[in-house]
Design a protein around this ligand. Structure first.
Ligand code: ADP
Ligand code: MG
Length: 628
């Protein structure tokens, strides 16, 4: 056994790049200093992993302390934070090589990027960017590292105030861990909270709760430790070793949800890129589901170290999915901006999105009930993909489920719909609105019902959008029942339903002409309807016009300066219409009737009469007549 008593402390200047980096660390305003903890814990975990690997060849390195361990020791009195591991450790020479230079490609790239953006202070960049060991100087004005390489009988220290030089010295074995590294940070005045249990525990759980090494927190140097992370990376375990309960617990911690996962998707992708995926579909709607920023919630890990939850791994329409992706192919300390541009991430995004949709597809085939529960919660979000993700529109149309006139309680797929097309039916008909019951009874779909033609009832806001982007399914275009002529004449009436008996009369014809003149300015046309069977009137959009629901939506959002005038359709075979048409036109009766029919059509559409006062007066006159 030898004791390293050789060299006196040696002081070195940092490499120019390191000095620059350190200068920025100390002088910039950071948006998120917490990241230094993640960096140091990740180094400690790396050191344990390296030892784990070397011990495969040299088991004696583990000695009588085989379990990897990270300890965080707080000392609020001294304003000190210590992170210690029993990993591989460093010799004095190691320290000189690694803690004074910039060897890592990630940091190199970062510095290059900084140089490229010359002039900018870079503070924001650093704030969101892990820059390894040196980030300790964001919170400490002095950092001491004591280390002992596994399998050696020497210990060394590295000390710096981050201002240009560092000092390496040999130290007594008793001043270093028996194996591994101790990093002692003397906290700056405005960083003393990093010696407080609450702060540290919160950050560690959030950032490093799943590093592959257990973490113990000591509130004081002589206090008993509390385990704050168990070191197991659940997602890396085989599925057979994970219970439902484990998944549910993990789901709640990773998703911040209190419910159960409705569906769990856990797999490992192998091939060009390797990554593990553990995602959950919540059982209930997360509270931020309809937040305007539509943020996703998939965390990105790189080799078990949390990197970011801002990577937007899934498209917005899958933002209800919670969980993580752990990649082996991304560098650990890539900036978020660089991660966004990485082809590895692009491949992961594509792979995970495709897989999730496939899994949903499988679920819909294998367990329709479970799938419908998911659709009921998140269908309106998934439908955003119909106009946002052209590439996957087919798949999404396959996943979509609808209420319809055929099945108002159950759900219909487009496959179901197309299988039940009537002879000569060439389009998929739908009605949009905000209220399912009203949709189901709206006059515009009477003619479709009479012919047994299924009409999809679309009550979600998003339905007003995807239906207008030229979607078709198996070559059948989507067509709104409230738009243009119904053109139903080619499709026979359903058995047992007869065409309205009263023929169109001259009186009705002239009433139509009269109404057209009277209502000019309020409607673009008044015409006999093909789509009505029991109601007297309804409103539809002109052939080239926008769907009426979409129009209303845009108008109410102030995005539509001039709505197109609707068409008033009148059921010319209807008894009431025939009677009205034949009535004597005394005291402006017919004008009142025309206006009232229009208002009636508006009310059936869930609207108000445009002029409530005029409406009341007309109704008033009519009621007086009926009792006089
Ligand atoms: P990176 O972790 O990406 O390599 P860092 O700046 O975080 O970059 O660390 C630089 C190097 O310092 C590491 O690669 C490692 O060799 C050494 N190092 C840092 N912390 C430890 C530690 N706790 N135990 C052993 N080596 C360490
Ligand atoms: Mg590191």
């Amino acid at each position: 056994m030898t004791t390293d008593t050789a060299a006196a402390p040696e002081t070195h200047a940092f490499e120019a790049d390191v000095s620059k980096l350190l200068h920025m660390m100390v002088h910039s305003v950071y948006s998120d200093r917490d990241v230094f903890l993640r960096e140091l814990i990740s180094n400690a975990a790396d050191a344990c992993e390296k030892l784990r690997y070397e011990a495969i060849a040299t088991p004696s390195l583990l000695g009588d302390d085989p379990q990897p361990r990270i300890s965080i020791i707080l000392d609020a009195d001294q304003g000190r934070l210590t992170i210690e591991d029993n990993g591989i450790g460093m010799t004095a020479a190691d320290m000189g090589e690694t803690l004074g230079t910039i060897a890592r490609s990630g940091t190199k790239a970062f510095m290059e990027r900084l140089a490229a953006e010359a002039g900018k202070e870079g503070s924001q960049l650093i704030g969101q960017f892990g820059v390894g060991f040196y980030s300790a100087f964001m919170v400490a004005n002095q950092v001491e590292v004591f280390s002992r390489r596994a399998g050696t009988e020497a210990a060394a220290s590295w000390t710096s105030d981050g201002l240009g030089t560092y000092t390496i010295a040999a130290v007594d074995l008793s001043d270093a861990p028996a194996r591994g590294t101790r990093v002692v940070m003397h906290l700056m005045d405005d960083a003393k909270s990093y010696a407080e249990r609450f702060t540290v525990e919160r950050i560690v759980k959030a950032q490093s709760g799943h590093v592959p090494v257990p973490i113990t927190l000591f509130e004081k140097p002589d206090a008993d430790g509390v385990d704050i992370a168990d070191g197991a990376a659940l997602w890396l375990k085989p599925r057979s070793e994970i219970s439902e309960e484990d998944y549910a617990d993990f789901y709640r911690s990773v998703a911040g949800q209190y419910d159960q996962p409705a569906h769990t998707i856990h797999y490992r992708a192998e091939g060009r890129y390797e990554y593990s995926v553990l995602t959950f579909i919540p059982e209930t709607k997360p509270f931020d589901l309809f937040d305007p920023d539509r943020k996703g919630h998939i965390k990105l890990y790189v080799r078990r170290v949390f990197i970011t939850d801002e990577a937007q791994i899934l498209p917005r329409y899958l933002r209800f999915v919670r969980g993580l992706v752990d990649s082996s192919d991304l560098p650990l300390n890539m900036s978020r901006e660089m991660i966004q541009d990485s082809p590895v991430l692009a491949a992961i995004q594509k792979g995970v999105t495709g897989r999730l949709l496939t899994e949903l597809q499988k679920l819909s085939d294998g367990d329709a009930e479970a799938y419908i529960r998911i659709w009921e919660n998140f269908g309106s979000v998934l439908k955003e993909g119909l106009y946002e993700d052209f590439e996957r529109r087919e798949t999404l149309l396959g996943l979509a489920r609808f209420k319809s006139t055929t099945s108002q309680n159950g759900w219909r797929s487009l496959k179901d719909y197309v299988a039940d097309l009537k002879d000569n039916q060439t389009a998929i008909y739908y009605a949009t609105g905000s209220d399912l019951d009203r949709l189901a009874t709206s006059p515009q779909i009477e003619g479709f019902r009479a012919r047994g033609i299924e009409v999809l009832l679309l009550p979600d806001q998003v339905d007003n959008f995807w239906t207008t982007v030229g979607v078709d399914y198996e070559g059948k275009p989507f067509k709104s029942v409230t738009q243009g002529g119904a053109d139903l004449s080619l499709i026979p009436l359903a058995e047992g339903i007869e065409k309205p008996t009263q023929p169109e009369t001259e009186a009705v014809d002239s009433f139509l002409t009269f109404a057209r003149e009277t209502l000019a300015g309020a409607v673009s046309d008044v015409r006999a309807s093909e789509r009505l069977t029991t109601s007297a009137v309804c409103l539809v959009a002109p052939e080239s016009g926008m769907d009426r629901q979409l129009e209303k939506l845009l108008a109410s959002a102030g995005q539509l300066p001039q709505a197109a005038l609707p068409v008033l359709e009148i059921n010319s075979g209807h008894e009431l219409i025939q009677a009205l048409a034949a009535a004597d036109d005394a005291d402006g009766l017919k004008s009142d009737l025309a206006h009232l029919l229009l208002d009636q059509a508006r009310i059936a559409d869930g609207e108000q009469p445009t002029d409530a006062r005029a409406f009341t007066e007309r109704l008033d006159r009519l009621m007086r007549r009926s009792v006089s």
